[in-house]
Design a protein around this ligand. Sequence first.
Ligand code: THU
Length: 133
Amino acid sequence: MSLTEQESLLLQKAKKASQNAYAPYSSFHVGAAILTDRGNIYESANIENASYSLTICAERNAAAKAVFQNDLNFILIAIYVDSDKIFPPCGACRQFLAEFTPNVTIIYGNKNQLIKTNLGELLPSQFQLNEKR
Ligand code: THU
């Protein structure tokens, strides 16, 4: 798939971020990078916990960083996993991201594969209380 310059830059940042994952249990090192409409990029990685359900996904961590800066309008999200498998954002992350940008473009992949989609496709019929968004 051909990527725009912006998309490949974001994917590179997600790949780099995956190196900072704390994933001793699954060994899935996931990195995410989010570009906002202010032109800022927020990166993060997954952080696991011995109490497994406390694990925080890479994209949710990155989104939290953006939201903390009141940078709420995401334009593009890249997710990279250092594995032979690839996976789209988990259900919890889809809902978390939908709070801010219901139809944000998402690219996810590994060193061999890449998929481009958007949140509307991944999470149709979204639960929203905030009608302004
Ligand atoms: N993971 C993410 O970081 N993002 C997702 O959307 C799916 C799963 C992480 C959580 C956990 O550390 C590992 O991948 C395996 O589930």
